[in-house]
Design a protein around this ligand. Sequence first.
Ligand SMILES: O=CC(=O)O
Length: 321
Amino acid sequence: MEVFPKVLVLGPPTCYETLQHIYSHKFNFINPNSSDLSLHQFIISNHPPSIRAILCSASFTLTADFLRLFPSLGLVVTTSAGTDHIDLNECRRRQINVAGAGGLLSEDVADKAVALLIDTMRKISAADRYVRTRNHGGEWDFPLGYKLSGKRVGIVGLGSIGMEVAKRLESFGCIILYHSRHQRSSVSYPFYSSIVDLATNSNALVICCALNEQTKHIINSEVLLALGKEGFIVNVGRGGLIDENQLVKCLIEGEIGGAGLDVFENEPHVPQELLALDNVVLSPHCAAFTSESVMSLCELVGGNLESFFSNMPIITPLMLD
Ligand SMILES: O=CC(=O)O
């Protein structure tokens, strides 16, 4: 009987069902989330020593301790653009390859960022609620939103997602400014090394950088106050980039104009206070996923696994130096 390489599935990623369908004749997917195997049962089983690859989504945290359960591990494939859920130091130390989504999700995330910005500024979701709850006759008297065209939008993190956001917002007539780890010589947008200065000079901030020790709570109360009462913030990065308690406080006290949030600090928990605010648009961490991106992810993940198990270079390696 042919023995297929074992791939541990954690998360499980949105594309897993399709992937399983296409690749179950090549890989032995082990999904401890399934009804017949719990994670604990899996860990104490005889599987861990023979696991050579892990497939995960951003919702499963791969700590160094967890990775140490797999002495033969050679590859981690994540279906996410972000890699903050993986202990990259441990992967580097053990020379475990890490494959990410590359730039595959950038366009979808950028579309969602722009949608959230327009939604919060033009009150689209609030208008929808308004019509649904007042559709019994009587005058309409809906509050004014803000024009997007001509606004100064500060992008935090001008990587592949940030660049797609900039491109889209330029075509809406916005003026793009940015903050990034380094100034980029390939763009002429004004660069701000200080995020408070960026906020002071922006009507809206779009947060698209990676979460790491340097960027945790990069958006704190000082930044939010600098953004101001008519300023808007959109987060399609990670919840931990914003000090959520301070964000909630600023929204309640009217210190900023509104927020469009795809991500939260303690997912799937969303602070109760946000649910009651009409100037906040909430989304369940799904900016990256469309029918099309999930199909493309399947192909990419399958390609990365096939390359790894045939000793070829993986397609979208993360450079761990
Ligand atoms: O959040 C989703 C991703 O990182 O792709």
